[in-house]
Every structure is written in structure tokens, then in C-alpha cells.
Design a protein around this ligand. Structure first.
Ligand code: H79
Length: 581
């Protein structure tokens, strides 16, 4: 073992306790009820209801927003919206075909809207006249869906909205009456369609719905259908669109990030990102902003690499057809999975915090390396992997030829062919000895002597702050608890004097918290400056610091006061050499 290697190991021992501190505490015991769900990794979300008829347009005018919200966004009175009921006649609907499309895409389960916020029930309910049996179509769609799922061996999930724009008791003082109907309809959904696998609630943020009501409903469902998996929107715990909850405080079996993939996974915590293929859930005729098949597959990989599930939405038309743009993309996703499925199904999060070239999933003593960006020197660096390597092969390579591997200090190197065999992501199966052991490669000074401490490389100690990325974000966010601490460690090879700059964002109504940045033995303080919003970053000059010796240097950022809302979004801290020796 060379000296540097030994230092890396020591570094790991110091970092590990901090790395275990996550915002959400894992449950005491893993729940085997969720075993199939964890293996499945990929499901189909279906948003289908009366809103497919107007498809984004009312009285010849476009109504902005997602298709299924047209009643709300278009301020359409209840009775006007109800004129859609006699128009609902999706003659081309074929549940068998939808299930086949999901199956062909490599999806393992399906979650469909039994009732969205508009309150219209797509199933035959004894407790309302406002259901599919009142339409000319007069077929229990959920019966046909659940039969088709069983035929194609897909697990069945019911989306059911708590918020209800139609039921007269669903807001205000008579909410108790509505809550009784809600429970009875949930009972119908669980009793009348054979075994149901998932209850997926939504619209829980209305003030009438409380954590207590959520817990009661959760426990009721577990009693009448013990195997059902229930999302966290049954209660009040999810933190906005990020969708995660603290299982020690709030009810629910899994977190529900919406339209986003968390920056990092949370060991022992189950979650599922739901996402649209264009910009709407319910069909809109004018939405052509489709994600490519490549983006969709990479989102699935990204999600799996962090230990989550991916629930990908389709919004069928009023005729009952899944849009051809969706069908085409799902077919491509399925083709990729038919070759590379072993790198997704039944895998766990990869052991790396970040990989320059792609993502990683793991299963036992095998790592799946998903290469998005093919290295120009055809040499893949697997950073910090300490295990001995048994073999490396490309998944789906008919020759099965092993790739040459070698070790450079704490990293494994894999010699790749000149070109990827798959444009979406080429997967390398890496068989290693035992469970993976990975050390964080220490951050080092660049050639010009500067040091960049990026949010993605930070260790966050605490329960609220966490790394977030995407949508203009690449920072530590959600930093609402001033006791949370952000740290880095880096290797100094060229000591000297440095100028320190912090990149942060913070809206004016919460900016001004005093923040201390400790670098080695020097502490610099600053007040957080207001910016135009959470994604508008500014560079704050913190002052100068002298790092006198070669070796490991610790950086620690903490708040020195209580913010109105959050301390700041912290993107990076950089050290620029002034006169390095
Ligand atoms: O069914 C699809 C959408 O119609 C529905 N959820 C997906 C799966 C949806 N409803 N609302 N939204 C999506 C966005 C709403 C966000 C907000 Fe909120 C509701 C902002 C304030 C209340 C969520 C809860 C974010 C903060 C609290």
C-alpha cells in the first residue's frame, strides 16, 4: 500500500460517520411488502379522464397549464365541466393494448387515475353518479385495466385524488362527510378488482386533509388489504415537489418526487420519481415537447442509480389511444431494456457519489457501469473502487469478450473499445470480489493551484440540507435547519495564500443569515446576500486564507443565526491562489 493510498483510507474513516447523516432516517426494519416494488424499478403512470376531451382548450381558447387541471385553470363551473360526461365515448380504448405497450416497454407495474382532482370517477362507484357508468361508454374502465394487468403480469396501482373539485362536501365544514365517501370509494377500489398492489394518493395538500386523517386512511387500507403499498401523499409529510418525507414523523411507504430526480439517493428509504414524457399528465393536443427516448432511458438509469423507481406517464386521448409519440418512445425504451434490463431490475443504488461519465447500479458483487459519455482515450476510470476485479464485460456484447482492467492507486481502469455499442447508454458489468468498497477520492488543487469545492462533492450533516440538481440547480438546498453543517476535505499540494469566493443564492425575504466558513484554522464570516431567486447565484468575496502546509485541509460551513426560511442555496466555494509557494 503506497502512502497516498493509506491517506485515502484514513480520510474515509473520518468521512464515514458524516456520510451517514441523511435528511431522512431509514425505517427500523426493511418492509418485505415492498420487495417486488423495489425490484420492479419501472412503471407506467396513466392520466386519463374527462379532461382528455377538451385536451387543453375550452370554448376555442387555450387554457394554460397541465391538461388535467383545465377545470381549475380555466375557472370552468362544475356544471359546465359536467357537460363532458355525455361526450365521453373512447371507442378505441383497449386495456389489453395499453398493458401490452407497458409490458413491451419493460414496465413492471401500472398506476392509473381512478379519480383525478376533477372528481370524476373512472370506475363504477355506488357512492356517486359522477362516474364512467353515466357516460355513453358505460364500461368500468378499471375492471378492464385490472384484468389486462393480470393477464400481462403487471402489478396494478390506483391513483386516487384526495382533493375533489366536484363533490360538494370536499371543502369547508362538511369535509367529514366527504372523507367518509372517500374511504368507501377506496374500499370499492380495493374490493372489486381482485388484488390491488399500490394505492397512489395525491392532492393531499388541501388544508382540510390532516396527517391524522392520512394515518387513519393508511391504517384502514393496511387492515382491509395488508399487502397494498401506499405512497406518502396519503399523509402530509412530503416536502413539496421534492416529494420526500421523514418516515419517523409521517405516514407512507415511499417518497414521491414529482418531475424531478433527487440529487442523491437515501440509503434505506424507498422513493419513486413520477415524470411526464412531454409537459402534461392528461392529454393536451398542443403539447409536442417530447423528451427523447435517450433522455427517458437515462432518467430511468439515473433514478435506479440512486435507489429509486421511475413512474413514467402517458396521457391517452379522448378516443382511448396512447399518443403515438409516447408509444414510439416506450418501444425504444423497451428495446434498450430488453438488452440491458439486468442492469436495472432488482438492482440497488451504486456506491459512488458521482461519476464524471455516467451512472452505476449494483447487485451483490456486481456493478453495472452505465456509460453516457464515452471517454475519448477509451479508458474508463472507476474512482475509489478498492475491490479486486474478477472480470468486466459489455452487457449485450454478443462476443462476450472480457475488457482489460488494471488498477491505478485507489481507482480501477477499464480499457474500452473505440466506440460505445449503444447510443443511449452502454453498460459494463463489473464483477468484483465481495461487496463494493469505495473511498471518496480527495479533492485536489488544479494545475493553476485553485481549489473548487462543489456542492455535489460536499458532505452534509443534518436533517434538512441536501444536494439538489437540475432546473438551474446544482447546489446544497433545503437548508432550513441552521444546525445543519456542510463540509469538504481536500488535499493541499501547493500551500499558500488564497482568495475565497462563495457562490450562493437566496431570495431577499430570507437572506441575511450570518454564515461562518472555516478553512483549516481560519474562520471567515459573511452575511448571505439576497439574489433574484433560488436559482440566481452570486459570488461573495469572503476574504483571504493562508494554508501553510501540504496535507489534508478541512472546510466547514455553518450558519450563525436563524434564517427566516432557509440559510441559502450553496453552489460552491473556490480558493484562488494569490501567491502559492
Ligand atoms: O396528477 C399530476 C398532477 O395533476 C398533480 N400531481 C401529478 C402526479 C399535481 N397537482 N398539483 N401539482 C401537481 C403541482 C402542485 C403543486 C402545489 Fe404544492 C400544490 C404547490 C402548492 C400546492 C406540492 C404541495 C408542492 C407544494 C405543496
Amino acid at each position: 500500500m503506497n502512502l497516498r493510498f493509506a491517506r485515502v483510507l484514513m480520510c474515509l474513516l473520518l468521512i464515514l460517520p458524516a456520510a451517514r447523516a441523511f435528511g431522512v432516517q431509514p425505517p427500523a426494519e426493511p418492509d418485505h411488502r415492498l420487495d417486488w416494488w423495489r425490484e420492479a424499478r419501472f412503471g407506467m403512470f396513466i392520466h386519463w379522464g374527462l379532461y382528455a376531451i377538451p385536451a387543453g382548450e375550452w370554448d376555442g381558447k387555450k387554457v394554460p397549464g397541465v391538461g388535467e387541471w383545465i377545470m381549475h385553470n380555466g375557472h370552468i363551473p362544475r356544471d359546465d365541466y359536467a357537460t363532458l360526461v355525455p361526450q365521453f365515448n373512447p371507442v378505441k380504448f383497449n386495456a389489453d393494448e395499453w398493458a401490452r405497450i407497458a409490458k413491451d416497454a419493460g414496465m413492471k407495474y401500472l398506476v392509473i387515475t381512478t379519480k383525478h382532482h376533477d372528481g370524476f370517477c373512472m370506475f363504477d362507484s355506488k357512492f356517486t353518479e359522477y362516474d364512467v357508468m353515466a357516460t355513453p361508454f358505460k364500461r368500468d374502465i378499471m375492471r378492464e385495466i385490472s384484468d389486462a394487468c393480470r393477464k400481462y403480469d403487471l402489478k396494478t396501482g390506483w391513483y386516487h385524488s384526495i382533493w375533489d373539485w366536484h363533490h360538494p362536501d370536499a371543502s369547508g365544514p362538511t369535509f367529514d362527510e366527504y372523507a367518509k365517501v372517500l374511504e368507501k370509494q377506496v374500499d370499492e377500489l380495493l374490493a372489486n378488482y381482485g388484488p390491488i398492489d399500490i394505492m397512489w394518493f395525491d392532492g393531499e395538500w388541501i388544508p382540510e386533509w390532516t396527517e391524522e386523517r392520512g394515518r387513519d386512511l393508511y391504517e384502514h387500507i393496511r387492515k382491509v388489504a395488508p399487502a397494498v403499498i401506499i405512497n406518502n401523499r396519503v399523509g402530509k409529510g412530503r416536502g413539496g415537489m421534492a416529494g420526500l418525507h421523514d418516515p419517523s414523523q409521517n405516514v407512507g411507504d415511499f417518497g414521491t418526487p414529482e418531475q424531478e430526480i433527487p440529487g442523491q439517493g437515501i440509503p434505506g428509504y424507498d422513493w419513486e420519481t413520477c415524470m411526464t414524457m412531454n409537459d402534461t399528465w392528461g392529454f393536451r393536443k398542443d403539447d409536442h415537447n417530447w423528451k427523447s427516448a435517450r433522455t427517458l432511458v437515462r432518467n430511468l438509469i439515473d433514478t435506479a442509480s440512486k435507489g429509486g423507481n421511475f413512474l413514467l406517464n402517458v396521457g391517452p386521448t379522448a378516443e382511448g389511444l396512447i399518443p403515438s409519440e409516447s408509444v414510439d418512445r416506450l418501444h425504444e425504451v423497451g428495446q434498450w431494456l430488453s438488452v440491458n434490463g439486468e442492469s436495472i431490475y432488482g438492482t440497488s443504488a451504486g456506491p459512488f457519489k458521482r461519476l464524471e461519465w455516467g451512472r452505476c447500479t449494483s447487485r451483490g458483487d456486481r456493478l453495472y457501469l452505465h456509460v453516457f459519455d464515452w471517454p475519448s482515450d477509451h479508458r474508463l476510470v472507476v474512482p475509489g473502487l478498492l475491490n479486486d476485479v474478477i472480470s468486466a464485460t459489455i452487457v449485450g456484447d454478443s462476443s462476450g469478450a472480457p475488457l482489460h482492467t488494471s488498477r491505478r492507486n485507489e481507482s480501477v481502469l477499464i480499457d474500452l473499445p473505440a466506440r460505445p455499442i449503444n447510443d443511449i447508454a452502454t453498460v459494463i458489468a463489473l464483477n468484483i470480489v465481495g461487496q463494493s468498497r469505495v473511498v471518496a477520492i480527495p479533492l485536489r488543487q488544479s494545475d493553476d493551484g485553485s481549489i473548487a469545492l462543489r456542492a455535489v462533492d460536499a458532505n452534509v450533516i443534518g436533517f434538512t440540507a441536501r444536494y439538489e440538481s437540475g432546473g438551474g440547480k446544482d447546489n446544497i438546498g433545503f437548508w432550513t435547519d441552521p444546525n445543519d453543517v456542510v463540509t469538504w476535505q481536500f488535499e493541499v499540494t501547493r500551500p499558500g495564500r488564497f482568495r475565497v469566493v462563495m457562490s450562493e443564492s437566496c431570495p431577499a425575504d430570507t437572506a441575511d443569515t450570518l454564515v461562518a466558513v472555516r478553512i483549516g484554522n481560519t474562520e471567515l464570516t459573511t452575511r448571505v446576500s439576497p439574489t433574484q431567486g433560488w436559482t440566481d447565484f452570486t459570488n461573495l468575496e469572503l476574504g483571504e486564507v493562508t494554508i501553510p502546509v501540504v496535507g489534508t485541509c478541512d472546510v466547514r460551513v455553518e450558519a450563525r443565526g436563524k434564517p427566516a426560511l432557509a440559510v441559502m442555496n450553496l453552489r460552491s466555494i473556490t480558493l484562488q491562489p494569490i501567491d502559492s509557494r
